[in-house]
Design a protein around this ligand. Sequence first.
Ligand SMILES: NC(=O)c1ccc[n+]([C@@H]2O[C@H](COP(=O)([O-])OP(=O)(O)OC[C@H]3O[C@@H](n4cnc5c(N)ncnc54)[C@H](OP(=O)(O)O)[C@@H]3O)[C@@H](O)[C@H]2O)c1
Length: 312
Amino acid sequence: MENISLGKSKIKVSRIGIGTWQASFREWGSDVNDDSIIQAVNRSFDLGVNFIDTAEIYGNGHSEIVVGKAIKNIDREKLVVATKVHGAHLRHDELIKSAELSMKRLGVKYIDLYQVHWPDPWEQISLRETMKAMEELYLDGKIMAIGVSNFAVRDLEESLNYLSRASIVSNQVRYNMLQREIEEEVMPFCKKNGITIIAWSPLAQGALTAKYNVKNLPNDRIRSGNELFKKNNIRQMANLLKTLEKIAKSRGKTLSQIALNWLLSHDQVVPIPGAKTPQQAEANAGAAGWRLTPEELSAIEEELEKIDIDYM
Ligand SMILES: NC(=O)c1ccc[n+]([C@@H]2O[C@H](COP(=O)([O-])OP(=O)(O)OC[C@H]3O[C@@H](n4cnc5c(N)ncnc54)[C@H](OP(=O)(O)O)[C@@H]3O)[C@@H](O)[C@H]2O)c1
């Protein structure tokens, strides 16, 4: 497995991580259970994936509990455990308490990467207060690195100003070949400042796996509300998926591996695909260790240019 440093820190993460929001069954559907998620995490680890992402909000703490069970017998030093504080717990005392509770659920004495899930949408809590609490956790050795999520450039700039003895190593944002809004401002800023991009929804929540079509759409809570699965958007993807399929066939890869590998063609990007089963985890881990050729990337780009996702 390829590895990459998290920001300017000494922490090395596998080039592909694993996301565990899927342990929130109420949102992702009942075709998964604790065991399949545990097996997915363990299979990933066996294949060199050391980077596991969760959050206190996923299943109201259930995802952290499941991750805790999955990593119980793994050497702690070999893991990079990332979790997130809910955007409503960003006051100093609440944030410290959230971190303590996450550690308890995960069964760990420290969190490798603690991330602010999103900035306070009502702007009632100052980023200064939040970042000072994050820095305190860092200086106390309770977290090994500070990360953020869904931060725009202005949030990043402001937050960096409040940190004097630590820095921000990563920004976890939506990024997949169909949803590339971060390329305009966030990505260049992160590159310039040595901040790793952790890509959420790297498979466009499964839209890039070609499992779905207008007659077979996912009906779980999460994807029922995702515009990508609207019929006109799914229809638009048909030619792109054909191209991805062709490349996948000629390279002996799966479609999901092509979609994830496309993200690896961008430096500083670490995708964290969510896996429901060990089979999915295995396929996702196989997306690292090779690269799409410039010709393959151009063929994909040509198809992407024809797609205009409708968000209305
Ligand atoms: N920071 C944030 O605000 C934020 C937001 C969203 C997600 N995240 C994190 O990012 C992770 C990933 O994002 P995501 O869950 O939204 O979307 P994703 O990784 O793009 O898609 C995950 C879904 O794709 C399908 N899948 C996964 N691997 C597959 C494979 N090899 N072959 C075929 N299908 C496969 C599975 O669903 P089916 O099998 O049912 O199709 C799975 O539930 C989450 O688990 C979470 O940790 C963070």
